[in-house]
Design a protein around this ligand. Sequence first.
Ligand code: IMP
Length: 424
Amino acid sequence: MPADLVIGAQWGDEGKAKIIDYLSKEIDLIVRYQGGANAGHTVVVQGKKYVFHLVPSGVIYPNTVCVIGNGVVLDTNYLIKECDELNKEGFDVYNKLLISDACHIILPFHGIIDSHREKNSGEGKKIGTTGKGIGICYADKMMRIGLRTGDLLDEETLKQKLEYFLKLKNEELIKLYNCEPVKLDAIYDNLIQFREKFKGKIVNTAYFLNKELNNGKRILLEGAQGVGLDIDFGTYPFVTSSNPTTGGALTGSGISHNYLQKIYGISKAYTTRVGEGPFPTEVYEAEAERIRELGHEYGSTTGRPRRCGWFDTEMIKHSVRICGINSLVITKIDVLSTYKSIKVGIGYELNGKKLDYMPSYGLERVKVIYEELPGWESDITGISDFNKLPEKCKSYIHFLNKQIGIPISIVSTGPDRNDTIFLD
Ligand code: IMP
């Protein structure tokens, strides 16, 4: 059976969780493959809001098994906190969750180093990280010194690895950041507690997932963040430290590319971004405030106000190209209901020349070519039938479709599960 994939086509916060929630109905296993608790996935069911950070949002369905893949960096304390909260809400998370034995573990000093680095970086160098230690943990993974979930399964190995790891990190904490060293015993005890909570659930998920696919099960891969934040194909260095793109879905889960079928790219009907970095179609002051208030554009992980701007077709075409997106989803189109006219970025110019792609550098200097479309000026919240949309709204959707050149399969008109139009 196939594996489908949901990817953010912008800078994260595109409303992926709602789409994942919808698709999860017919899915057996849901897999997170990169990032960590920096993500915030919000799902609204019958007016009740759930925010997920590490646990795949498909956990809401009784039929699904949720998997944290090897590409995720795992904050063990955060995971326990999130699972306990979901448990209180009546979701049987501890029995539905499997964790890869190859996940790198975020330890308390990762967040400390992350915050210190941000604080100490000079003007124009701040990334605006979530401060959760994501980049620092991935850096240790690449340095081949990190601690993995599989290391928890043998106490002697755990002690040895932790000793070596802490020796290196304490040197860094003291010499570079003037911080107190961390103590092995407290971290060790904490990790053993985590292991006991997830007894039998830390497994070789790559083997398990491919076997399940071979046995006819359906899998949904759940991306966090978005293509614009990809370490290779995003707006480096203003990115996260993982690959939210299709390549990252494969290496972060171990699923063979042969199983991939539908690749959904999720985009808002406009654009937002949290943190620093170039944003060609950004608007400012009252114009930004208007979108921010209408769309409630505040980060679900950090609460920071999101930067806002118009839809950027060149960016979406970049995401389609890099990820092989074959189905586009437009979310939050209802937010544009009051606009008399709506701008869409349809191309970039750099140094007076029209570009045919989103550049890897110089993005802060591109001039955006805009097309202005008439707004529909009526509330479309909750409409679930394409034919009931105002003509001008249909034209806006057709326009985006024509610009990008791949089918739009879903349009979301509100936060609830039912506020959804299916075009397939
Ligand atoms: P980090 O992932 O915490 O290292 O932050 C790096 C950049 O990615 C910052 O600009 C963050 O604001 C951004 N970022 C990380 N996670 C998310 C997310 O889930 N949604 C939107 N932006 C994110």
